[in-house]
Write a protein that binds this ligand. Structure first.
Ligand SMILES: *[C@@H]1O[C@H](CO)[C@@H](O)[C@H](O)[C@H]1NC(C)=O
Ligand SMILES: *[C@@H]1O[C@H](CO)[C@@H](O)[C@H](O)[C@H]1NC(C)=O
Ligand SMILES: *[C@@H]1O[C@H](CO)[C@@H](O)[C@H](O)[C@H]1NC(C)=O
Ligand SMILES: *[C@@H]1O[C@H](CO)[C@@H](O)[C@H](O)[C@H]1NC(C)=O
Ligand SMILES: *[C@@H]1O[C@H](CO)[C@@H](O)[C@H](O)[C@H]1NC(C)=O
Ligand SMILES: *[C@@H]1O[C@H](CO)[C@@H](O)[C@H](O)[C@H]1NC(C)=O
Ligand SMILES: *[C@@H]1O[C@H](CO)[C@@H](O)[C@H](O)[C@H]1NC(C)=O
Ligand SMILES: [Cu+2]
Length: 588
């Protein structure tokens, strides 16, 4: 009797211990040569000499430890996308927001208590490094999953470029690209390859975790001959919703349950079509139909493909969270308007309310922790980090207007937010009450939301996670063009709940980055020497006029334009100017 009670207690202890495991990954960040699309071998950023990088697999309650050794010749950092990092903002990852990057040759340990479950990913957050391959799935199993399934597969979708991101970024942001045309990928990949296979056994139920790790591309996901039930959105379990296809924009995740067919007589194509609307021009050699195979039997024939361009209408705001959360009237509302324009440095940049994000001299988290009671004053963070200061436990609403012809997926670090509203056109505070509220009872929740062109979306969250959290477009090119703001959440309580690992400070010192004071590294509100961004040109210039002007000047100076991936609305104009410039050149 006694013995069995003892062993029960031991069992319980073992169970607790199992739930509280420390799961350690040793990651040497290294260059690797790889040819994932079979079209072009290139240098990529991998881990431990491998590409794709390892999948991280942990369970709710674990502590994830990633020992990083930076063995590439550029600083790096890692962001675990979608993780709350409660009280742990120092490990969120974005360079110059929550940390100085890890210098070449240095080590750093990310220690992350796992407080949620679902489908996430981890990626480099220093410049555009994830575009070069530093990105992989991060799967968190629930201790008791809401839905039952027999097996699971992770399906990571990604666009792939043949050129390293630094080269593309320089071209993208140069004055030679005044229309802001983004680099178009050379391929789309499933699990970083072009021939991904997933074995199905008749009668079993599979959970597919779909992650969009794109820099740019949006995919439409469907499987021939199978229905799907969406059960998870960005880590939030939702009521089952039967779909035949759904779109996944950069950084979003979905889990679907798929019931395998009753027999193994055929295999089926799994589709992740790249949406051409994201690209200004679709190069003829780009394969938009990205495919994998559901394999029932190695010898079975492939079922005829239901290739389609007609996708089911889809509204993620209608996905109902299983664990309901009501919303509350906001204490603060921040209307933001996203736009692209040629600024007064003559390059095409992205702005929120006419401000393009520029990194401060001091990581914003350190400014919040070292400026005393000035930390509640947005001025200390510098205008160009676009700070939005919110108080502890306030309800915050952000209304994002998309004033650009393209669609943009916006991501908030440190939270899931509620999607409380959506409408067309542009909303400003001067318009009176926001007209687009759709559901404030149990709104859908996620961490990345697509705002279509000329529409707006209202999101809400409770400021219950003291820290500094980036809010930005997850199209990597647009983040680098400045489409970001910084939420300074509960600065009044940060010093009592947040700590900074001394290794962070060593890294700042090694890289010559100041780690105290305001955005300029000074005391008080003296922002002399702060990093400044370009500003909008005087209003009398129209965008088209500027494009024409700039191109005329450039063409005259250089005789040719080096960078045109494709043009946006000013297409014909630019092409004509370039052609003319080239002709002139050839004649001389
Ligand atoms: C990482 O690099 C270090 C130093 O070069 C080496 O000692 C270690 O074995 C490497 N670890 C892995 C997992 O590759
Ligand atoms: C992930 O971890 C779970 C729980 O430890 C384990 O059952 C599963 O096999 C792991 N999956 C992979 C792909 O490693
Ligand atoms: C980084 O960690 C590795 C393995 O633990 C160790 O061999 C190396 O000396 C460390 N490098 C630095 C710069 O601390
Ligand atoms: C797991 O969850 C199900 C439904 O959510 C519940 O009925 C069951 O009691 C839970 N099991 C455990 C061990 O918590
Ligand atoms: C990934 O996101 C990008 C950007 O929104 C989008 O263009 C692309 O179609 C998405 N891919 C998938 C497979 O959903
Ligand atoms: C919307 O509101 C209703 C109640 O009016 C609720 O039942 C539903 O779950 C809510 N959420 C979504 C995402 O539709
Ligand atoms: C800020 O702190 C300083 C010194 O700690 C103090 O003198 C001052 O009154 C405080 N200001 C406010 C507005 O609390
Ligand atoms: Cu964008």
């Amino acid at each position: 009797m006694l013995a069995s009670i003892k062993s029960l207690a031991l069992l319980a202890l073992a169970a607790t211990a199992a739930q509280a495991a420390v799961v350690t990954y040793n990651w040497n960040i290294t260059y690797v040569n790889a040819n994932p699309d079979g079209l072009h071998e290139r240098r990529v950023i991998g881990v431990n000499g491998q590409f794709p990088i390892p999948t991280i697999n942990v369970t709710l309650g674990d502590t994830l430890v990633i020992n990083v050794i930076n063995q590439i010749d550029q600083p790096t950092s890692l962001h675990s996308h979608g993780l709350f990092q409660t009280g742990n903002a120092q490990f969120d990852g974005p360079s110059m927001v929550t940390q100085c990057p890890i210098p070449p040759g240095a080590n750093f340990t990310y220690t992350i208590p796992i407080e949620q479950h679902g489908t996430y990913w981890i990626h480099g957050h220093n410049r555009g490094q994830y575009v070069d391959g530093l990105r992989g799935p991060l799967i968190i199993h629930n201790t008791n999953e809401t839905y039952k399934y027999d097996e699971e597969y992770t399906i990571a979708l990604a666009d792939w470029y043949h050129t390293e991101h630094e080269i593309m970024l320089e071209q993208y942001l140069s004055i030679f690209n005044p229309s802001g045309a983004e680099p178009v990928p050379e391929s789309g990949l499933i699990n970083q390859k072009t021939d991904a296979k997933f074995n199905f056994v008749p009668g079993k139920t599979y959970r597919l975790r779909i992650i969009n790790m794109s820099a740019l591309a949006m995919f439409h996901f469907y499987i021939d001959g199978h229905e799907m039930e969406i059960i998870e959105v960005d880590g939030i379990d939702v009521e089952r919703k039967v779909v035949t296809s759904f779109p996944v924009t950069a950084a979003q995740r979905y889990s679907v349950l798929v019931k395998a067919r009753a027999d193994a007589s055929q295999n089926f194509i799994l589709h992740a079509d790249m949406d051409p609307s994201m690209f200004d021009v679709v190069p003829p050699e780009l394969e938009l139909k990205v495919q994998g195979t559901i394999v029932y039997s190695e010898t079975a024939p492939l079922a005829p493909s239901g290739v389609t361009d007609e996708y089911e209408p889809f509204n993620d705001a209608l996905l109902v969270p299983v664990i309901p959360e009501t919303t509350q009237l906001p204490d603060q509302i921040f209307p933001l308007t996203a736009a692209f324009s040629v600024l007064n440095d003559y390059s095409n940049k992205a702005t929120f309310n006419d401000i393009t994000y520029v990194m401060p001299k001091v990581p914003t988290l350190y400014t919040a922790l070292t400026t005393g009671n000035l930390s509640s004053n947005p001025e200390v963070y510098g205008k160009y980090s676009h700070p939005m200061v919110v108080k502890h436990n306030e309800w915050i609403e952000i209304i994002i207007n998309n004033d650009d012809p393209g669609n943009h997926p916006f991501h908030l670090h440190g939270h899931v937010f509620q999607i409380v509203g959506r409408s067309t056109g542009k909303y400003t505070a001067a318009d009176g009450p926001y007209p687009g509220y759709i559901n404030t009872t149990n709104p859908s929740r996620r961490d990345t939301v697509l705002v279509p062109s000329e529409e707006n979306v209202a999101i809400r969250f409770k400021a219950n996670n003291p820290g500094v959290w980036l809010f930005h477009c997850h199209i990597e090119w647009h983040l680098q063009a400045g489409l970001a703001t910084t939420i300074i959440e509960a600065p009044e309580v940060m010093p009592s709940v947040l700590k900074i690992d001394p290794t962070h400070i060593e890294h700042c010192k090694a890289l010559g980055i100041p780690y105290r004071g305001n955005a300029a590294g000074n005391e008080g509100l003296n922002l002399d020497g702060a990093n400044l961004g370009p500003d909008p040109l005087p209003g009398t210039f129209t965008a088209k006029g500027i494009v024409a002007l700039v191109f005329t000047i450039i063409s005259a100076l250089l005789g040719l334009a080096t960078v045109i991936w494709y043009a946006r609305e000013d297409d014909a104009l630019i092409s004509a100017q370039v052609a003319q410039a080239k002709n002139t050149e050839e004649q001389h």
